[in-house]
Design a protein around this ligand. Structure first.
Ligand code: KG4
Ligand code: ZN
Length: 340
């Protein structure tokens, strides 16, 4: 059955709107980044984020429909991110999406942001078969998930403190880089000396699949303050920090594949755009006879396309929201509704 679904993403500082068509695939996706709005404050200001989402959503929707050569009468459902994220930002997208669906008398679908991240890979030609292991690495989450099928997720391990993206951003700030610092730190690391510092690989010497990154941040700070007066110091630290994070992730990914007996790994979330992480994972997979799958880089970071696609899957399965507009700042992945 032909199914066309609009996806709306507003969980943090990116406003995304996209249209997915069950027969033609992704028809359009529009994104507005609030990066410049928040840069002056060194991080996301929730109230500014909510207001900007409200300001941008109508024009982004219009543009996505024009690009898809559709009007709302051609659309069968509206999906929106209902959590986890900043509550005001989520409510902006949820109110807009729920009202849009009601005014067109079509179903609304409330989605979990991380479920959409891990399904984004299915928009690519090179995609995995279920089941697979997913490494979710974003600004707010770091976890390894056993993905049995759509809607059925078991958390194998997660961070006990900072998320990887958060650790990248905090370390970047320490090194004087702008927000969000993850990609800037990765760029700076390219000119660093990989042999100057050897940072710890946290929690790799004990069994299990949990992570911890806050100690690495402190280690970075101590290294920075005890080594002054060298021009390349910041680049050398960026290089050592990135190497330690990537190594730690590789060790845990490898362990998770071994533990589950699976040989397919999906990487999703903003840090999945990191080039060094991708190169090292590819090397690991080559050695171990495994396969690694990535969404294209623009769909690693927040976007509307992943919401439209996950929304299409849930709409097809018959998920429909009540008229109540609801959003959850916190929403553990194992509380996601399974599909029949
Ligand atoms: O998935 P995402 O867009 O938003 C959340 O759901 O959190 O992830 C954003 C995070 C930020 O912390 C950002 O610094 C990080 O992903 N990030 C990167 C890179 N690109 C984005 N970290 C390291 N290297 C990158 N190339
Ligand atoms: Zn995200």
């Amino acid at each position: 059955m032909l199914l066309r679904v609009i996806g709306i993403e507003t969980s943090c500082d990116e406003t995304g709107v996209a249209v997915y068509d069950s027969e033609c695939g992704l028809m359009a996706h529009r994104l507005h980044s609030q990066m410049r709005l928040h840069a002056a404050y060194g991080g996301v200001v929730p109230e500014l984020a909510s207001r900007d989402h409200i300001r941008r959503l109508p024009s982004l929707l219009k543009e996505a429909l024009v690009e898809s050569r559709m009007s709302m009468s051609d659309v069968h459902g509206v999906a929106y991110t209902a959590g986890p994220g900043l509550i005001g930002a989520l409510l902006a997208g949820a109110s807009f999406g729920r009202s849009l669906a009601m005014s067109c008398d079509i179903p609304a679908i409330a989605l979990h942001h991380m479920e959409a991240h891990l399904l984004a890979v299915m928009l690519e030609d090179n995609k995995p078969q279920f089941p697979f292991v997913a490494l979710l690495v974003s600004g707010g989450h770091t976890m390894l998930v056993f993905v049995e099928r759509v809607g059925n997720y078991r958390i194998l391990g997660e961070t006990l403190d900072d998320a990887v993206g958060e650790a990248f951003d905090k370390t970047a700030k320490l090194l004087g880089l702008a927000y969000p610092g993850g990609p800037l730190l990765a760029e700076l690391a390219k000119s660093g000396d990989p042999h100057r510092f050897d940072f710890p690989r946290p929690m790799t010497d004990r069994s299990g699949l949990d992570f911890s990154f806050s100690g690495l941040k402190t280690y970075t700070m101590n290294t920075l303050y005890s080594n002054t007066g060298n021009g390349s110091l910041h680049a050398d630290i960026a290089c050592a920090f990135q190497a330690a994070v990537v190594d730690t992730l590789i060790i845990k990914c490898r362990r998770s594949l071994k533990q589950t007996g699976l040989n397919q790994l999906v990487v999703a979330g903003g840090v999945g755009a990191n080039t060094m992480l991708r190169e090292r994972l590819d090397e690991m997979a080559h050695k171990d006879g495994a396969a690694v799958f990535y969404p294209r880089k623009e769909f690693c970071t927040d976007n509307g396309a992943m919401i439209a696609y996950a929304g299409y899957l849930r709409c097809q399965a018959g998920q429909v929201e009540s008229l109540k507009i609801s959003a959850r700042a916190r929403w553990p992945m194992d509380e996601i509704t399974a599909l029949d």
